[in-house]
Ligand binder design. Structure first.
Ligand SMILES: *Cc1c(COP(=O)(O)O)cnc(C)c1O
Length: 470
């Protein structure tokens, strides 16, 4: 399997070459040269695999430059009951007749990002060791990504993580999750500013090519291909869990922000998994809902991004969306380059008058928006009728999913975080705090390890250099 850029400007590369990089050198996103299709016999055989076996079967189709035994071993170390609280890894539970909740949030940080990030940490560490190299991951987080990256990279040889978060502006639970880590390779930097300041600092340091090369600065953001590929697995696992034979259609509901998760669903569908609809649920920041309803992709200026009670979906643009558009325009990199020139120059594009818009229906996407009031109502309604406490992102999914409910087709709603992670919003909806998984009751009282710095790239740069050189 070779990898290309959506904009056509990258010589074909193998998995390990693109694993640690972010954007392709031409500014595009890395994509596999094709999606391997799965025939009926293989699909039937996969039905009986456990999570690590299924992950190995799927991911190995995209990785041919690691020995099969090494890949299988890294996967086996990742998807364990110790790390994900259950041997099912992504357990399914009934919500109401024909509607299921897919639990993707039983990893160490209680959000679905752990599923990919836990594997990524092990893959990074292995590939770096092969080259005798080290990597310093620099990131900015408003909550989920930062903690997920830190828990995945903690204790990994050859990797340091420098994670910027806005001082005093993450939830106490999220802050405690990150800051309570006492690991020599994890550095929490609380920046006196807002999330955008953190992102600007990361951007400024990344634009300093000399600093980046000298100090081997990398990222683990949501465009990383390794994260996407690991997410394909649970679409298959969940499909098998709600069907008893391989021709039954299933609808999948995905709370979406950067289009990473649901793009993995698109790949699963292209590989031959009988997913009928891929239902995109957005919050008030509904760039994606707008596109799938109207054919107009309109990136929001940062000032227009709303801070909502499903904060992990608060995005101004959907970074992985370019990968889907590459497929939509017949995998033509010239068209993608031209569309993203329009994004840069005019803030978006309109496909309605192009032949591509007529093709969109075949991909199975439908979409909807959920607001704060919808979220509160859905959390309350689900609790009162079914006794289940769902988090705010999952509630956006359930709200939009039920608008598309077809009793003839099983529906799976992805649970992308546990309610415990967003206590304040749950308390607003239900009048009480959700229970926490065992062992986390005293999280906020643990000692915290964090450096508070001013919102200045220079100060962050100096801190990083001092740590690396010490
Ligand atoms: C990151 C995140 C999402 C959005 O996922 P994308 O891959 O960016 O679409 C949804 N819910 C939660 C809880 C998340 O952390």
């Amino acid at each position: 399997m070779r990898y290309l850029s959506t904009r056509g400007g990258m010589a074909p590369q193998q998995f390990c070459d693109i694993l640690i990089g972010g954007l392709a050198p031409d500014g595009g996103l890395v994509i596999p040269e094709y999606y391997p299709t799965i025939d009926a016999t293989t699909l039937a055989a996969w039905r009986h695999l456990d999570y690590p076996q299924l992950a190995t079967a799927i991911i190995s189709r995209y990785v041919d430059d690691l020995p099969a035994t090494v890949l299988a071993e890294l996967i086996a170390q990742t998807y364990t009951a110790e790390i994900f609280a259950t041997p099912d890894i992504t357990p399914l539970r009934p919500l109401m007749p024909g509607v299921h909740i897919l639990g993707l949030s039983n990893g160490p940080t209680l959000a679905f990002k752990d599923i990919a990030m836990q594997l990524l940490g092990r893959l990074f560490s292995h590939v770096l060791a092969q080259h005798g190299a080290t990597l310093n991951i620099l990131g900015a987080t408003s909550g989920d990504t930062g903690s997920s990256a830190e828990y995945a990279m903690r204790g990994q040889a050859n990797i340091r993580v420098f994670m910027l978060s806005p001082h005093g502006k993450t939830s106490p639970f999220q802050a405690a999750q990150m800051f309570s880590l006492n690991e020599p390779n994890i550095f929490n930097l609380a920046i006196r500013g807002v999330f955008d300041d953190c992102q600007d600092i990361v951007k400024a340091l990344n634009e300093d090519a000399e600093f980046k090369n000298q100090y081997r600065i990398g990222a683990v953001n949501s465009i990383n291909w390794g994260r996407v590929v690991a997410q394909i697995v649970y679409y298959f696992k969940a499909y098998f869990a709600v069907t008893d034979h391989d021709s039954q259609p299933v609808d999948m509901v995905v709370p979406s922000g950067n289009f990473g998760n649901i793009y993995a669903g698109h790949i699963a569908r292209c590989m031959g998994l009988p997913l009928r609809r891929l239902i995109i649920a957005t919050n008030e920041n509904n760039v994606l809902d707008e596109f799938f309803r109207t054919g107009v992709y309109r990136v929001r200026p940062t000032a227009e991004v709303q801070h909502t009670s499903s904060p992990s979906m608060d995005i101004s643009k959907a970074s992985n969306f370019e990968r889907f558009v590459f497929d939509l325009v017949g995998r033509d990199p010239t068209v993608v380059s031209q569309l993203w020139r329009q994004v840069r120059e005019q803030g978006g594009f309109d496909l309605r008058t192009t032949p591509y818009w007529a093709e969109i229906a075949q991909y199975g996407f439908v979409s909807g928006t959920s607001t704060h009031a919808d979220r509160m109502r859905t959390i309350r309604w689900v609790y009162e009728h079914y006794g289940d406490i769902i988090d705010t992102h999952t509630a956006d999914g359930v709200k939009v999913g039920l608008e598309y409910r077809d009793p003839a087709v099983p529906m799976i709603c992805q649970e992308t975080a546990l309610a415990a992670k967003f206590e304040a919003a749950i308390e607003e909806a239900l009048g009480f705090r959700p229970p926490r998984p065992e062992g986390l009751d005293d999280l906020e009282t643990l000692p915290q390890y964090v450096e508070v710095l001013p919102a200045e790239a220079q100060a962050v740069r100096k801190y990083i250099v001092d740590q690396i050189e010490s």
